[in-house]
Design a protein around this ligand. Structure first.
Ligand code: ADP
Ligand code: MG
Length: 731
């Protein structure tokens, strides 16, 4: 596609695309045949592996048992045959370095034998371990560049899949990525460790209650809802800010934004629907169980949501989902924006992270619908989450901090940066009654036994969904709504699992102690009652069921002593705090060096992103905006001069010209100020980040205001940048 520069050309091309694309020409495929077609799934393994190998591998996958290296050769060979039958020529270890993206390095299956022919080869050791050059991936100080060694290690718990791109088909093996000293250089390794920690301590509680005697493990389950924007690709090419920063750095508000609220769940435009259908087909092939699609709140904003899976697989699939959105969009003349806040003045995008805990026998531990004694178990798990968010809300906040999410969190339409939990009125009421002693109130006839009998009612009654809470109980799971749309799901889930593991550990220890060597149901009941009462007393301040956007809540949260970390500069240091290092260390999720590396990378990324944005702004202001403005100024001046030469007085237009000249001055001065601000450096990254927040961000806002004011008055044919009107309404 030709690179389109002028806005009017771009608009013309965009409109042509829109007319051309609809669902009509689309091929229909039988979905059930498609689903998982490109996955080396359990079904494929059962068919292709010797029975005993299949069973032994199954134990590794299901119970996290250590992998027997002897199996690897057999499994690799079966994988290779399967992949080659499907057109694959190469294989790769697919991993998630700390860039927040995925990485791959392809090797051919072909092994030239030196006589002019070649064998196909994929050995067990090539499956199990790889050694990409690690030197160009961020390590945050974990590894000096000269110690470039990094290893990838097969994660058999996440299915191997085929990546198709045009004619090329590649076998992708999900792997962990570690340094030669064994430190995690990726997002997957700590996630797996955090799942292990949570499982261990959740199982202690499950054992105390004794309801799930067949359970061997507790899995965390995750279903992330992904919000995104679609803009026409021609328009995208004409916006250097979108091209380089994935967000608009300028743009006057159009007369129609989202005030009519007519987009949410509205009918999906033809071209977009065709795009969505193809994204879904590709994801089905990869075994990603996508389920829901709809328009979101802002114009040109949409959402796609899968059915939940085990957290590790869900996070891998989330990466594939983001990549698929990006990859398919150009086929429809579209560009997909995953940035948290691509447009000022309208809603940003999040990734609502639905999260729960389930036994490997399939029991959702956050599902209140069950017998009384199981409900006690449910309340214990809810209380554990409450304690975790109260004690570590600051770390949870830090896990979602980024330059891009800073624009969204705490803005009018997004969850506030204060971490609190929405429990719903009924559940909050039950917790309150637990706190005040014997539950006395009888709700809906049944006697209140720890609130248990009311739960089925509770679900129906608490139907009001609180969209203003960063962390909400939604029936049988928690929804962490503050997660950013562009970030990897792995890190926030790692933090969530770790802080909950810590609470489960503390609770399990207390219950085990209270029960002693001879537990009885009565002892258990009174121990749980006492413990819950204590937990509610200590941690109820984190519960808030009201309007999270309101100023009153911000004041109230401050009175309650809840941390309010307004932006990344305030939030990120929590990652490397003594408390966090100790926590991650206690559950073997991250060593001190690993924690510090993540903090360093996040701060570096903040600095780099902001610096790039400032530079793009200055360059756009000088090379695109100012030339257009000066032409406009010349037109005005020429008109004034010509009119006066004709002997007509032009006082109003002269004043307009003067005002316009002043506006151009504002632009020039603001660009110079921003340049000055972004030129100052600090050796220490944390201080540099602070400097950027305090000086560069305000200077960016001033420059933006000048440019947006110009956009409102400069002649439309001179304005080369596609406007918000073009970007948001040509679909
Ligand atoms: P919403 O009304 O919040 O937009 P959706 O139906 O769009 O709800 O999304 C709900 C998400 O929560 C889905 O991705 C779903 O798979 C996920 N989910 C449901 N139950 C669980 C669970 N037990 N654990 C994790 N995620 C879950
Ligand atoms: Mg949702």
């Amino acid at each position: 596609m030709a690179l389109t520069r002028s806005r009017l050309d771009a608009v013309a091309a965009a409109t042509a695309w829109r007319e051309r694309t609809s669902l009509n020409g689309e091929k229909r495929t039988r979905l059930e045949e498609l689903f998982g077609a490109d996955v080396f799934s359990e079904r494929v393994m059962r068919e292709r592996l010797p029975k005993d190998v299949f069973q032994r591998l199954g134990r590794t996958i299901k119970n996290g048992e250590k992998l027997d290296p002897q199996l690897a050769d057999i499994v690799a060979s079966a994988m290779k045959d399967w992949a080659i039958e499907r057109g694959a020529t190469h294989y790769t270890h697919w991993f998630q370095p700390l860039t927040g993206l995925t990485a791959e390095k392809h090797d051919s299956f072909l092994h030239p034998d030196g006589t002019g022919s070649a064998l196909t080869q994929f050995s067990g050791s090539a499956l199990v371990q790889g050694e990409p050059d690690a030197s160009s991936f961020p390590s945050g100080g974990l590894r000096a560049t000269f110690e470039a060694r990094g290893y990838t290690a097969w994660d058999p718990t996440s299915p191997v899949f085929l990546n198709r791109s045009g004619e090329s088909v590649t076998l992708c093996v999900p792997t962990a990525f570690v340094s030669w000293t064994g430190e995690a250089l990726d997002n997957k390794t700590p996630l797996l460790r955090s799942m292990q920690a949570l499982s261990e301590h959740a199982m202690r509680i499950v054992s105390v209650f004794g309801n799930e005697s067949r359970a061997a493990r507790v899995n965390t389950t995750v279903g992330p809802e992904q919000e995104y924007f679609l803009v026409d690709r021609n328009l995208y090419f004409a916006r250097p800010d979108l091209l380089l920063c994935d967000r608009t750095l300028f743009g006057a508000k159009p007369p129609k934004g989202q005030q009519l609220e007519d987009h949410y769940f509205g009918s999906i435009p033809g071209r977009v629907l065709a795009f969505m259908a193809e994204v879904e087909r590709e994801l089905y092939r990869l075994g990603v169980p996508v389920k829901t699609r709809h328009n979101e709140v802002a114009p040109a904003q949409f959402e796609i949501a899968p059915i939940f899976e085990n957290a590790n697989v869900a996070c891998d699939h989330q990466m594939l989902l983001m990549e698929t959105l990006k990859r398919v969009a150009p086929r429809y003349g579209l560009h997909c924006i995953l940035h948290e806040k691509p447009f000022a003045g309208i809603n940003g995008s999040g990734k609502h992270n639905n999260w729960s805990m389930a036994t490997d026998t399939g029991v959702n531990l956050l599902d209140p619908k069950a017998e009384t004694h199981t409900n006690m178990q449910f309340l214990v798990f809810v209380a554990a989450v409450m304690r975790a968010v109260d004690l570590h809300g600051d770390l949870l906040r830090a896990a979602i901090a980024s330059a891009s999410n800073d624009h969204r969190l705490g803005a009018n339409e997004a969850p506030p940066a204060i971490m609190s939990i929405f429990m719903g009125d009924m559940l909050a009421d039950i917790l309150e009654q637990i706190e005040t002693g014997e539950p006395k109130r009888t709700i809906k006839g049944g006697k209140l036994d720890l609130g248990a009998h009311t739960f089925p009612e509770l679900l129906r009654d608490a139907g009001d969904r609180n969209r203003t809470s960063p962390f909400a109980f939604t029936g049988n799971k928690f929804e962490f709504r503050a997660v950013g749309s562009s970030q990897s799901s792995a890190w926030p889930n790692t933090v969530l699992n770790t802080i909950v593991a810590d609470s489960l550990d503390a609770i399990a220890t207390a219950l085990e102690k209270a029960l002693g060597k001879a537990p009885t149901p009565a002892k258990l009941e009174s121990a749980v009652r006492d413990l819950l009462r204590k937990l509610v007393k200590q941690h109820k301040r984190v519960i808030f069921n009201g309007d999270g956007y309101s100023k009153a809540w911000h004041e109230e949260a401050e009175r309650r002593g809840l941390p309010h970390l307004r932006d990344s500069v305030e939030a990120l240091p929590v990652i490397a705090s003594k408390k966090s290092v100790e926590l991650f260390g206690r559950y073997d999720v991250l060593s001190k060096a690993e924690v510090e590396s993540r903090y360093n990378i996040a701060v570096e990324k903040y600095i780099k992103q902001m610096t790039i944005e400032a530079e793009v702004m200055i360059s756009m202001a000088r090379t695109l905006v100012l030339p257009a403005a000066l032409q406009h100024q010349k037109r005005l001046a020429d008109a004034v001069a010509a009119t006066e030469a004709a002997g007509v007085r032009v006082s109003t237009q002269r004043r307009e010209l003067e005002a316009f000249v002043a506006l151009c001055d504002r632009l020039t001065i603001a660009a110079a100020e921003l340049e000055k601000a972004s030129d100052s450096h600090e050796e220490d990254p944390a201080r540099h980040a602070r400097l950027i927040r305090d000086n560069v961000r305000p200077a960016m806002a001033t420059l933006r205001a000048a440019v947006d004011d110009l956009e409102r008055v400069v002649s439309d044919d001179l304005w080369t940048l596609p406007t918000y009107r073009d970007l948001l309404y040509i679909r």
